[in-house]
Write a protein that binds this ligand. Structure first.
Ligand code: NAD
Ligand code: UD1
Length: 332
């Protein structure tokens, strides 16, 4: 099966590309490198020993996407391409709606033209909003607290309608929890531009000396130690979840939603301690006020993915911390 990975040079896309190639799939990448580096492709080729067809293309550009489908015999699409920063989406909502929705609509139009029926989408646990009790199950009501999250919710709706309109279409919506870690080779990982918004990249930059200390956003949450609790998942486990989703989609029409998490919650201070222990590096921190929009706890119910996809996360927090540092320590 030949799979088009839009945004395949990014953090999650690159790990999924490596996993697909190592399981015998063919992968084609389309990325405009607005949030990734070109040498990621060479690094993925180095890990897998395989050549990757990569197109420097804006996935919202219909002509560009059509020409990829005309050249490659694409069987399925995993749609990673999009903007993902919550604070940026609050400042620049139109840019977020434009990119995240346009890329999706363009890919769907071109898939229809070329008769491609399998679509896997990078959704997010952010669609569970701030009202549901943990653990989150796929059938819970959805809501959002920021434009980034709303793009995910709108796209989920567009894809649900698309699958309902075409009996041969298969759509899988993957709601990722908090992906961290890096490939065990240390060749690919997450390298955010500017000041990291997310916890693990920030900790990794404190460890490398690039940032002075971690700012812990609040210690008055309704959690055992007062800091926010999240369901962190190793990006390599997440990548394997995509392969399982493709296998499922190849056999089943319709639209299904799956949580991809571990089902285990860790607080901010748990993560700091685990990073220190795994890597023998002290992470200085201060307690700051809460960040707007943050919830007490986010954690997946992972039983649906286990039952239907036969997928379960295998790596633990120690692996996530060690692999993050193994990648970060080589970044200049
Ligand atoms: P990333 O920014 O590392 O990867 C996204 C890739 O898409 C980048 O390589 C970027 O250059 C590319 N891209 C963006 N707009 C494009 C366009 N118009 N045309 C072509 N390429 C374009 O992000 P990631 O962490 O790998 O996330 C992948 C997907 O998963 C995103 O849709 C994101 O919203 C979603 N997601 C991520 C997380 C997370 O914590 N990382 C959590 C939930 C959902
Ligand atoms: C955030 C986004 C979410 C997105 C996800 C993955 C918000 C409100 N939510 O989730 O929509 O899908 O990233 O990209 O932005 N923390 C600190 N100090 C830091 C950074 C984070 O204490 O410097 C804390 C946060 O308060 C939170 C935890 O660490 O309790 C995890 O934060 P983060 O990594 O940003 O992920 P989420 O907030 O879960």
């Amino acid at each position: 099966m030949k799979v088009l990975l839009t945004g395949g040079a990014g953090f999650i896309g690159s790990h999924t590309c490596v996993e697909l190639l190592s399981q015998g799939y063919d992968a084609v990448i389309a990325d405009n490198f607005c949030n990734s580096e070109r040498d990621v492709i060479t690094r993925c080729e180095k890990i897998t020993g395989k050549k990757i067809a990569c197109y420097d293309a804006d996935v919202a550009d219909k002509e560009a996407v059509s020409s990829i489908f005309a050249k490659e015999k694409i069987d399925a699409v995993i749609h990673f391409a999009g903007y993902k920063s919550v604070p940026e989406s609050v400042k620049l909502p139109v840019m977020y709606y434009r990119n995240n929705l346009d890329t999706t609509l363009t890919v769907l139009e071109v898939m229809k033209e070329f008769g491609v029926k399998i679509f896997v989408f990078s959704s997010s646990a952010t669609v569970y909003g701030d009202k549901n009790p943990v653990p989150f199950t796929e059938d819970m009501p959805t809501s959002t607290t920021n434009p980034y999250g709303t793009t995910k919710l709108f796209i989920e709706k567009i894809l649900t309608d698309t699958a309902a309109a075409d009996g041969e279409m298969s759509v899988v919506l993957l709601r990722y929890f908090n992906p961290i870690g890096a490939h065990k080779s240390g060749l690919i990982g997450e390298n955010p531009k500017g000041i990291p918004n997310n916890l693990m990249p920030y900790i990794a930059q404190v460890a490398s000396g690039k940032r002075e200390m971690l700012h812990v956003y609040g210690n008055d949450f309704n959690t055992p130690d007062g800091t926010g609790v999240r369901d962190y998942i190793h990006v390599e486990d997440l990548a394997k979840g995509h392969v399982k989703a493709l296998e499922y989609a190849a056999k089943n029409a319709g639209c299904e939603i799956f949580n991809l998490g571990t089902g285990i919650g860790y607080s901010v201070l748990d993560i700091v301690k685990a990073f220190e222990k795994a890597n023998g590096i002290k992470i200085p921190y201060v307690i700051d006020p809460r960040r707007p929009g943050d919830i007490d706890e986010s954690r997946a119910d992972v039983s649906k993915a286990a039952k239907i996809l036969g997928w379960k996360a295998e790596k633990n927090l120690d692996d996530m911390c060690a692999d993050t540092w193994n990648w970060q320590k080589n970044i200049k």
